[in-house]
Design a protein around this ligand. Structure first.
Ligand code: XIL
Length: 404
């Protein structure tokens, strides 16, 4: 169902220039030295004032570097955003693509102000990162990680081993040992590169079939069911600080597939495999809802793992109507409620935020308008519903509803 889409690596933003510390030229006559010293003092005083005004910091070695830009506080021109209202224990993220950031400044502004986490939509998929053996194209992923750091956002890495993004050069006819080697090298290279900069990884994506059994892939055939544990262990060895997730679709409610995933995660945890969390993609339809999502998330949480809403969108059967938008808004609200009702839920991520940039029309014929902002980046009822739900939360001080 899911075809690969080649991602065009976008240029990496240039690094800011480092200002060299001022030095006094040697060997000048005394008066000239004094004059230079005076100028240096005045410049230093001015620079300090400017540094304070513009938030420039000095490193211990004395080189000036721009401070990490903080996201501006809500003002009349920037109304409160999702990231302002979300409880601090839950990240609110969106899938993102560097191409849109380069093409559309408003897209980047909204991505930076509305969310405190981003998931690279395609840039970190194996086929895009390593298009030929041992040849890595980091630009697209680096661009997103850099953007996130500039906007005080976390990065949710997606994905180390996905069902539909293994490069074509990985040959299913290879021996088990060859396949294990390329897989281990890939996982180790990618996780090591972003060590400390990616807070969580989708280690395995879409490993289960609809009946809850392991999907028939070259990995299962050649390496056996233990391949899942191996990938988690390699990822953990490369970055022991990253939270490691297994992610899938069709597991949001109580389904056979969710039962299978629950059993798998229980077994992995029993065997001491470093699985920290379960991701629920949540690609939903406007006229359907998952069965007992809260109860389902809770039974996973009881295994001792975190849970996360990783790819939420709610597709509408076109044409879009006001009534369908309201149903969609109710469903977005319900998923947020489910996450907030389960203390183990650590993040709530939408799969793109703009109807102009969503994957839905190309993958689900007859559907669209799945996001919380419309194609012109105006907030839809779904955005209002999420904001309303967050405003109903008790404030962290316990003094009634939060900021309004
Ligand atoms: C999708 C992207 O959104 C598309 O741009 C791409 O062409 C195909 O993949 N589940 C996943 C994601 O885990 O990786 C998929 O992303 C959407 C479904």
């Amino acid at each position: 169902m899911q075809e690969r889409e080649p991602s065009t690596p976008a240029p990496v933003a240039p690094l800011p220039p480092v200002v060299a510390p001022a030095t006094t030229p040697a060997g000048r006559p005394r008066r000239a030295v004094l004059a230079v010293a005076l100028v240096v003092v005045v410049v230093a005083l001015l620079a300090t004032g400017l540094a304070v005004a513009y938030g420039i910091e000095r490193t211990p070695s004395g080189a000036a570097v721009p401070a990490v830009p903080t996201v501006p506080a809500p003002t009349a021109s920037r109304p409160p955003a999702l990231r302002d209202l979300m409880p601090p224990t839950v990240r609110v993220g969106s899938a993102a693509d560097g191409r849109w950031m380069s093409l559309d400044a408003e897209y980047g502004e909204l991505l930076g102000s509305e969310f405190d986490a981003i998931t690279p939509e395609n840039a970190m998929k194996w086929a895009n990162l390593e298009p030929s053996p041992d040849v890595y194209t980091w630009a697209g992923a680096d661009q997103l990680v850099g953007f996130a750091e500039q906007h005080d956002q976390s990065v949710y890495g997606h994905t180390l081993l996905g069902r539909s993004d293994v490069p074509r050069w990985v040959d299913p006819q290879w021996s088990a040992e060859q396949l294990r080697t390329v897989l281990r090298d890939h996982v180790t290279t990618v996780v090591s590169r972003y060590r400390g900069r990616v807070w969580a990884w989708d280690v395995i994506n879409e490993a289960l079939d609809e009946d809850g059994s392991l999907r028939d892939t070259m990995w299962l055939r050649k390496l056996g069911p233990g391949y899942i544990a191996e990938v988690f262990r390699w990822a953990h060895a490369a970055d022991p600080g990253a939270r490691l997730f297994i992610n899938d679709y069709g597991v949001e409610g109580r389904t056979r597939k969710a039962d299978g995933l629950l059993d798998l995660v229980r077994e992995l945890r029993r065997a001491g495999v470093p699985v920290d969390g379960v991701g629920f993609q949540s690609h939903l339809r406007w006229d359907e809802q998952p069965r007992d999502m809260v109860g389902n998330l809770r039974r996973f949480a009881r295994l001792g793992v975190s849970v996360a809403i990783t790819e939420l969108d709610v597709r509408i059967a076109l044409p879009e109507t006001a009534a369908k938008r309201q149903r969609q808004a109710a469903l977005y609200r319900q998923v947020l409620q489910a996450c907030l009702a389960v203390p183990a839920c650590v993040s709530f991520t939408v799969w793109g935020f703009s109807d102009a940039r969503s994957w839905i029309p190309s993958y689900h014929a007859g559907y669209g308008a799945a996001c919380i902002f419309d194609a012109a980046l105006a907030p839809k009822p779904a955005h209002a519903a999420l904001m309303d739900q967050l405003r109903r939360l008790p404030s962290p001080t316990g003094a009634g509803p939060g900021p309004g």
